[in-house]
Design a protein around this ligand. Structure first.
Ligand code: ACO
Length: 360
């Protein structure tokens, strides 16, 4: 029995393939390298949803309209909800959406993390939420709703690259949670809520905030090796390293490192910050190799996510919400695939507790 279900195949999917030995990710027949060079988030949605919903033409106008539709729920945000961590506030708002299973319901769910997160971040800062502009591409509107100003082309393409990179990734914990709920025919909102709850944990989508905490604590490139060594000696995990499936470098790390370098080139990232991150990464890889020689541990998607989202102006407590803005497309496609073709997911457990006393 493997309590983490590693090596257990629990679904057949046409959506994505994670090749952990060779460090490759394929989404519906397209390699991540190709996907990130030419795609916007809307293109990946069309790719993921094809065959699961009746797709007619570009998804961009319908997604813009869905952003406007879900924005109506922002008016019902109360102070207690604003006081919650952003991922919990966003989850509470998302729970108010209908549990449908058609394309309109799917697009409302895709829009929801973006619209609710940006509104909550503004409310937390004492600012008024900004209504969506249905005519804008999704990534541009997300940044505009957050800051109130039109983002630069570099910022939009960096966010698009992030959303595309994380849109789907095999049977990860949150996607599995979505499929389990979908297998009961509960509907898309229920599936996405389950997935979001799984994503929140620091071993999954909660890692990039702590990556920045780690950079802050390491403070300087020279101090990085000693700080990391003592963190590891204290039994801590180095955030942004290691993966259940990859035994080599996570290909998404390089896709995002490329975007981080472009942002640094445009002045959006302080060169000293990038140098610190690169020094921490090099020191961590060296240390993990020495201390865990039997377990290949390499950089995962979360390490450069942290730098990219920080440069785009997201606060670290909102990083998991931004992950959800991208991964929601994958969750929905997997939920539909499971609901349409799959059976109720109901594994077995082995009872290891006490047996009833037998009377003498
Ligand atoms: N730092 C230090 N040691 C680690 C790390 C790490 N980041 N990751 C794994 N290890 C060690 C474990 O301590 C364990 O050592 P041991 O055998 O001496 O006890 C060994 O490597 C195997 O670890 P497992 O927990 O069995 O590996 P698993 O496949 O369950 O872990 C996980 C994968 C959870 C991602 C892990 O590598 C980790 O905790 N990483 C840090 C958090 C992180 O970056 N999460 C984001 C992952 S990407 C994503 O979900 C989007």
């Amino acid at each position: 029995m493997k309590s983490g279900l590693e090596d257990v195949v629990a679904a057949e999917t046409v959506l994505s393939d994670v090749d952990g030995k060779n460090g490759r990710l394929i989404v519906r027949g397209v390699s991540l390298d190709d996907l990130v060079t030419s795609s916007r988030y809307e293109d990946v949605l069309e790719l993921l949803f094809d065959g699961f919903f009746p797709m007619r033409g570009s998804v961009q106008p319908a997604l813009g309209a869905a952003r406007q539709e879900v924005f109506a729920h922002v008016a019902q945000t109360d102070p207690a909800l604003v006081a919650l961590p952003p991922v919990e506030g966003m989850r509470a708002l998302l729970a108010r959406l209908d549990d449908g299973d058609d394309l309109a319901a799917a697009l409302r769910l895709v829009a929801a993390p973006s619209v609710f997160t940006t509104a909550l971040l503004r409310l937390k800062a004492g600012l008024s939420p900004i209504a969506p502009d249905a005519g804008l591409p999704h990534a541009a509107d997300v940044l505009r709703m957050m800051t109130g100003t039109m983002p630069s082309m570099q910022q939009v393409s960096a966010l698009d690259r992030y959303l595309v990179t994380v849109a789907d990734h095999g049977l990860n914990a949150s996607t599995f949670a979505a499929r389990v709920v979908a297998s009961t025919q509960a509907g898309l909102t229920s599936s996405v809520l389950a997935a979001l709850s799984a994503l929140k944990g620091p071993l999954h989508g909660g890692a990039p905030g702590p990556v920045l905490d780690m950079l802050d604590a390491a403070a300087t490139p020279a101090n990085a090796p000693a700080w990391l060594e003592s963190a590891l000696a204290n039994g801590e995990r180095l955030m942004g390293f290691g993966h259940r499936v990859y035994r080599v470098r996570d290909p998404r790390a390089d896709a995002l490192k490329g975007a981080v370098r472009v942002l640094a080139g445009s002045g959006a990232i302080d060169p000293a910050r990038l140098a610190l991150a690169e020094a921490v990464e090099a020191a961590a890889l060296d240390l993990l190799k020495r201390k865990k020689p039997d377990r290949p541990l390499d950089t995962n998607v979360e390490f450069y996510t942290a730098l990219l989202l920080e440069a785009l102006g997201f606060s670290r407590e909102a990083f998991t919400c931004v992950f959800a803005m991208g991964r929601v497309g994958g969750w929905i496609a997997h939920a539909r695939e499971q609901a349409l073709d799959g059976r109720l997911i109901r594994p077995m457990s082995v009872y290891v507790g006490p047996m009833p006393q037998v009377a003498a």
